[in-house]
Design a protein. Structure first.
Length: 473
């Protein structure tokens, strides 16, 4: 059995405004009806695959479980990083976790935000790499380049190796992201592959590599796992030990130093969706080179991406060429497609300005569902709140605000002090200031309500929790 290790961190700033720190690109539906994370989990499932191990951050732990449930998947384990420390500590934590039950287990490490359309071809490629991994080699996957790409690292094959081979090949070295001239030279040379950041090895082989090349990291990550806390099915790595791990990629920490390396070529289609230009390319432009989402219209445009990410917001482009336009309810991006890699500069500029749009989506996802602010005034706020079937908010009270709840879809079970009752569609309830209250969804479909808050302070930190099934403080 192959144990998929899905790396589920990162902020995805190059796909702003759809991808933000509060809800990065792996959870977004960029390419169809499933998120990139869901597509990755399904791709690495079925015959020959064990349930996945997920490595993610605390803000995303319930998003992970909810999205897995939506595609009828379940994780073997979910490791919670106290803070992002790049891929080297994350992969090691997963290896140590897997090795507790089977040190010889095969691990397929993959980012959760890549696109691989041909699942069957990828599965065959993984199986072709299994013998080398079982023999103790560290196998990395290389993508046949189709253009002089400057956004990827490269893998240089050893003399005599074949970039089109159907078996693992010898690897000469890792190459950093090149400039355009160097990328063209490598494409012409014919012995370079794109570095996909996907790896296959046994748990004992990769742990041995850390022991040889990153012993200090092995020590602190081993401690972080040994001192981890079990929390609602998650494994919370110890923050003190974890904070001592170097913030470094597995390429730098291990792969560029190891000698037992092999590369498995793959040519059936792959993208890391590292920018809106990649989304345009992978979305299949029409005869004029345009890609339009629902609620987007192109008139006399060419080679243009138009996406409206907000229901009811129409985006129209007229006479545009080589343009990216992404419209959301709280932010709009317009850029020349050739400048797509500079989107993260916009995020940095917004952070400097103190703009919430830099990191926070209008929709705030919580363990029980999500909410969004519809109207904000000086002493009032109107929210739409969606509670998942069977989910419940914490038992809580507020110092500075009262609330009115109007159910518009489904049924709510509402607690206000000692009073517990069911509220159906078109019914409402008033929550006085200071009242201990909770809402639950006892039904089988999402429950939607409109909340009107009134008071002197409406911040999310005005909350006292008495009971919480999600163990939040």
């Amino acid at each position: 059995m192959i144990h998929p290790i899905l790396l589920c961190g990162g902020s995805g700033t190059r796909l702003w405004p759809l991808s933000r720190k509060s809800y990065p690109k792996q959870f977004a539906k960029l390419m169809g009806d499933e998120s990139l994370f869901q597509a990755s989990a399904r791709r690495l499932s079925g015959d020959g695959f064990a349930a996945p191990v997920i490595v993610t951050g605390d803000p995303f732990r319930f998003i992970v479980t909810e999205q897995l449930a939506q595609v009828e998947q379940a994780a073997m384990g979910i490791l919670i990083e106290p803070q992002g420390r790049n891929t080297a500590p994350a992969v090691l934590a997963a290896a140590l976790w897997v090795a507790k039950t089977d040190s010889s287990a095969l691990m397929l490490v993959a980012p959760s935000d890549h696109v691989i359309p041909d699942t069957a071809a990828f599965a065959r490629t993984v199986q072709a790499a299994v013998p080398r991994a079982q023999a103790g080699d560290l196998v990395t996957f290389g993508i046949m380049p189709t253009r002089p790409e400057t956004g990827y690292g490269y893998l240089e094959l050893a003399a005599g190796a074949d970039t089109a081979a159907a078996s693992p090949q010898s690897l000469a070295r890792f190459v950093e992201k090149p400039d355009a001239a160097r990328a063209g030279e490598m494409l012409a040379a014919g012995n370079f592959l794109w570095n996909a950041g996907i790896f296959l090895f046994t748990a004992e082989a990769i742990i041995a590599a850390y022991r040889a090349h990153a012993p200090q990291m092995l020590e602190v990550v081993t401690t972080a796992l040994a001192d981890a806390d079990a929390d609602l099915g998650f494994t919370r790595l110890d923050p003190t030990a974890w904070g001592k791990a170097d913030d470094i990629s597995i390429d730098y920490a291990i792969m560029e130093k190891a000698e037992n390396l092999a590369v498995m070529p793959f040519s059936a289609g792959w993208s890391d969706l590292g920018g809106w230009d990649a989304v345009w390319m992978e979305s299949g432009p029409d005869a004029q080179g345009n890609v339009c989402s629902d609620n987007a219209t192109a008139i006399d445009c060419a080679d243009t991406l138009l996406r409206s990410e907000t229901e009811g917001l129409q985006l129209v482009g007229i006479g545009l060429e080589n343009i990216i336009a992404i419209a959301m309810g709280d932010a709009v991006l317009v850029a020349d497609k050739s400048q797509a890699q500079r989107v993260k500069e916009a995020v940095d500029a917004l952070k400097t300005q103190g703009s919430s749009q830099a990191v926070q989506l209008p929709r705030d996802y919580r363990p029980w569902g999500w909410y969004e602010s519809l109207v904000i005034g000086g002493r009032f706020q109107v929210k739409r709140i969606v509670v998942n079937p069977g989910a419940a908010l914490s038992l809580q009270s507020h110092h500075h605000r009262s609330e009115h709840w109007i159910v518009v879809e489904g049924t709510a079970k509402v607690t206000v002090d000692a009073d517990v009752k069911l509220i159906s569609e078109n019914q409402s309830v008033y929550i006085p200031l200071g009242a201990v209250h909770r809402m639950e969804n006892p039904g089988k479909v999402p429950m939607v309500l409109i909340e009107v808050q009134t008071g002197s302070y409406l911040g999310e930190d005005d909350i006292i929790r008495y009971e919480d099934v999600y163990a939040r403080s």
